[in-house]
Write a new protein. Structure first.
Length: 305
């Protein structure tokens, strides 16, 4: 059976690889795709933040523009007064009115001049800062969009690899992907929001893995953990590294149901359900399942607070 594909996951061979070897190749390709997809998700989060920053920057210029408008109005009033009554300044202040009000008029003129200049200086500084930051944000956004395109190309290539691997498995063994039924066993009684998250995870067992999905019909790894905690009223970003940052570091000895277990240098995440068991969405070709925490060496542990 012809089997040469991109990424060297499959090597040319006369016969189909064994079920064990094919499983390893699919898992290797899936893990690589998961890593790329997590990078892709992270870039999307960063790009959105850059776009939000640009909107905030645009809005931040409004106060400076209002200050300049007020200063311009004040300067215009002075010019009108000067035209109608003669030059407004220290000399006119000295030659008009009474001696008793001279100092008040001089103080007012000085204060008005300084206030106008401050408004103009503030606007000048704000617009200069705006232009510099706008240029920096635009450059960052352009760079991020380029990285997204590169990651999308990698993702597409690996998905093609997986499609061929699944086709090989179907041809050799009659089934392209792993299947599984829903969970019908007991669900541990856990109090609080952690209990809601764990119960949600149990109810997703048997649903297919799909990159970028966070329910209700399919999930990827961080999509499952974010959906479980969303059901409990807590917001977690649909991205493994972000979830690492959003949770409190704990030790393995401190693990409680509802905590998150991270693997493969933050390439994978699962929800702990007690008794050294996790529920996770493993990778392409599989379904959400309950299994031992020791599927691989954990990278670390996090608690949603």
């Amino acid at each position: 059976m012809a089997a040469a594909i991109t990424g060297s996951f499959v090597t040319p061979a006369q016969a189909a690889p064994s079920a064990t070897e094919l499983k390893k190749q699919i898992e290797a390709a899936s893990n690589k795709l998961e890593d790329v997809t997590e990078q892709y998700n992270a870039m999307r989060v960063n790009l959105k933040k850059t776009q939000d920053d640009a909107k905030k920057l645009q809005a931040s210029l409004a106060p400076a523009q209002a200050a300049l408008k007020a200063a311009s109005t004040q300067v215009g009033n002075l010019a009108t007064t000067s035209y109608k009554q003669g030059r407004v300044g220290p000399m006119s202040a000295l030659l008009t009115g009474t001696q008793d009000g001279l100092m008040d008029r001089m103080s007012y003129l000085d204060m008005l001049t300084r206030a106008n200049q401050r408004d103009i200086d503030t606007f000048t500084e704000a617009t200069q800062n705006f232009s510099e930051r706008q240029a920096a944000l635009k450059a960052t956004q352009t760079k991020q969009q380029g990285q997204l395109r590169a990651l999308t190309a990698q993702k597409t290539a690996i998905q093609k690899d997986l499609k061929k691997l699944f086709a090989m498995r179907e041809a050799a063994y009659g089934q392209p992907q792993e299947t599984g039924g829903s969970y019908d066993g007991p669900i541990p009684e856990i109090s609080g929001k952690a209990g809601i998250a764990v119960t949600y995870a149990y109810n997703q067992i048997g649903k297919p893995y799909l990159f970028g999905a966070d329910g209700p019909g399919s999930f990827d790894c961080s999509g499952l953990t974010s959906a479980a905690w969303r059901a409990a009223g807590k917001s977690l970003t649909h991205q493994t590294k972000s979830q690492w940052s959003e949770t409190k570091r704990i030790s393995r000895d401190d693990l409680q149901p509802g905590d998150l277990v991270f693997y493969r240098s933050l390439g994978h995440v699962a929800i702990y359900v007690g008794d050294n068991q996790i529920i996770d969405a493993p990778h392409s070709g599989t379904v959400v399942k309950k299994r031992t925490i020791n599927i691989m060496t954990p990278y670390g542990f996090g608690r949603v607070v």
